[in-house]
Design a protein around this ligand. Structure first.
Ligand SMILES: NC(=O)c1ccc[n+]([C@@H]2O[C@H](COP(=O)([O-])OP(=O)(O)OC[C@H]3O[C@@H](n4cnc5c(N)ncnc54)[C@H](OP(=O)(O)O)[C@@H]3O)[C@@H](O)[C@H]2O)c1
Length: 266
């Protein structure tokens, strides 16, 4: 009998996909997070808050593999600390962690960097906690998921005039493909830091926004703005991209056509 696999953040965009793939493969899966999924989904759920550590010990009962997908814009280092402390006392033998491309290359030095790009420092912190935990681990860095890119451009399109950071490019990737890779890692031996997973195409930010505007039938004025700071300079240099790891297959255009036409049909 296989032990239970715990998916932290298993109610989120990525974690849901990971949990359903594992369940589909016949594995026993428990999902952990602060808010329970709807009861009709019939998912084994453990309530826990990784910002405080509340509930994590019970969530880890009988678990040998953890796929750690819980994350927010800040504080992921502390979430990892709480998880790792409890996992070290439990029977966990493999910790699979999802990080972000740029965690190691986007410097967060000033207050402005921290306010706008503190996420990267927080993921770096979490990576270090995982790598230093003494628990065998696999860490994957991925670029932005299509869902987040869509959320971002949708929010920007609410403005009559859209400021576009000059020189910023993005390489969005399909969250389903990231989930496939995390499942593969979870079922294999711990591999440490593995090669990045990035989308097939890099887009200047203006192009991403324009593609959404065209798909949604909207017209907006785009105004280039210069973003100050160390982190922004690194992003202009491509630190958030992984051009030699453009291994994602599904394109942003395919995702957009499906998502935006679905939204119009609703
Ligand atoms: N989105 C991207 O483009 C992207 C790219 C690269 C890497 N990643 C990483 O991938 C992971 C998943 O991203 P996502 O887009 O799927 O995020 P998401 O949809 O926002 O889901 C986040 C999940 O984490 C849980 N969570 C948040 N705070 C928690 C806490 N304090 N304790 C326990 N659970 C908590 C949430 O559930 P509750 O709110 O119910 O607690 C939810 O299930 C994150 O670590 C993120 O940094 C994301």
């Amino acid at each position: 009998m296989n032990s239970t696999i715990l998916v932290t953040g298993g109610t989120g965009t990525l974690g849901r996909l990971v949990a359903s793939r594992l369940r589909g493969g016949g594995y026993s899966v428990r999902v952990a997070g602060r808010h329970a999924p709807p009861p009709e989904q019939d998912i084994e759920f453990a309530q826990c808050d990784l910002d405080t550590g509340d509930g994590i010990e019970a969530a880890l009962s009988g678990v040998r593999t953890v796929v750690h997908c819980a994350g927010t814009q800040k504080g992921d280092g502390d979430k990892a600390r709480h998880l790792v402390a409890a996992a070290s006392r439990a029977d966990v033998t493999h910790l699979v962690f999802i990080s972000v491309v740029g965690a190691d290359t986007i410097p967060v030095k000033s207050r402005f960097d921290r306010a706008a790009f503190g996420y990267f420092a927080s993921k770096r912190d979490a990576e270090e906690v995982v790598a230093g935990s003494g628990i065998p681990f696999s860490t994957l860095r991925a670029t932005q998921f299509f869902e987040l890119s869509l959320l971002t451009v949708r929010a920007m399109a609410k403005l009559p005039v859209i400021p576009v950071p000059k020189g910023f490019r993005f390489q969005p990737v399909d969250a389903g493909e990231v989930a496939d890779r995390l499942v593969e890692l979870a079922l294999a031996q711990p591999a440490g830091l593995v090669p990045d997973l990035a989308g097939p195409v890099c887009y200047p930010m203006g192009e991403l926004i324009r593609s959404y505007l065209a798909a949604a039938g909207l017209r907006r004025l785009l105004v280039p703005v210069h973003m100050p700071g160390h982190a922004a300079k690194a992003i202009r240099a491509g630190a958030n991209l992984s051009e030699d790891r453009a291994v994602g297959r599904r394109t942003w255009e395919e995702f957009l056509t499906e998502q935006v036409s679905t939204a119009v049909r609703r």
